[in-house]
Design a protein around this ligand. Sequence first.
Ligand SMILES: *Cc1c(COP(=O)(O)O)cnc(C)c1O
Length: 398
Amino acid sequence: MDFSRSLTRIILQKNSRTSSTASYASFDAPLRTLKEGLHVLELFHGPTLAFKDFGLQLLGNLFEDQIHRTDKSINVLGATSGDTGAAAIAGLANKKGVKVFILFPEGRVSPLQERQMTCTGAENIYPIPIRGSFDDAQHIIKELFGDLNFKASYGLSAVNSINLARILGQCIYYLRAWLQLPAEERSKPGTAGPEFIVPTGNFGNVLAGWLASKMGLPIPSFQIATNQNDILHRLFTTGSYHPGKVDPSLAPSMDIQVASNFERYLFYLRGKDGNVVASEMARLKERGGLSLSDFDPDTFTATRSDDEDIREAIRSCYQEFNYIIDPHTACGFKQINPDRSTVILSTAHPAKFPETIKESIGIESTHPTLEALKEKPPITYPAEPNASAVRELIKKHA
Ligand SMILES: *Cc1c(COP(=O)(O)O)cnc(C)c1O
């Protein structure tokens, strides 16, 4: 797979801005052992305290490299319901030649996430609250990218969740985890080796692991952990892929119904035949669902956690191990096989979701990075919720 070459380049090029030494110089993915054979991979030590920093710190440096090479400035445009916007802003703040315009639904992202976007103090960041929903914001973005003249003359670039560079940046922490496992657990006699449990919504996080395994990292199995928006759980247990309505949960960053990265996995299942995948996706669109009768879940299993399971996991993990997990990570505790060495991916720091932690175990979870934000003044550039208002705002500042 050509990905492995790109990945090797990212890891080894020590002098490049895109190397992992540059992108991940300030944070790591430590493996924390809860008990023998049970580990949590902490992916929340980056600037926004969530695993999306692994993809977006790299992407920020890739953009910087591109600007350097082409001598052309760019304007990054995106819509967010929270986490992605914050991580994209952290990856691009203060970078020369980039301006970042991020739309978000006013009053509908968590106060902490809003501060992460609006209190950076960076002059090249334009957080744009609009009166409307996330879908309205997304709609405006689509319209502006569809305006090809505007797109070309302002060098518009996207940072959406299916950006492949982001997925590549995420492959790295699977390798990092594997290297930290005790040698005897990497290939325990009589067992298949470690199982990785991955909280996922868009299938991005777990796809990165699966790609790493295809590149040669010996991870024999993955467990997909979903919240009550369980389209992936249904898919991997029944072969039926039927998007429903989003049901807001305590793990909001996994509240999705169409797992856009699944298409990429399907591509490999279908022998890398893009035409077959395209016609299956067209059928999905047409009929609102897809039954994959010959679907072989291969190395994947799946679980589903509702809000009560999430609270219960936070409580029992705290009682048993004196360790606080965030509500997304909590979905990974649903079904742990005691006979396997297990790595649960922890996707966010619990302090990002203080209400749920308080409600579950009565503890105020805080983090100095988040506390420091409260001291800084928020800067926003409000716009009317339509494409022409946002276009004017970009023209004025770009
Ligand atoms: C984005 C996010 C997820 C889901 O990631 P996918 O790429 O959809 O698999 C899980 N947890 C947290 C905290 C997130 O921000």
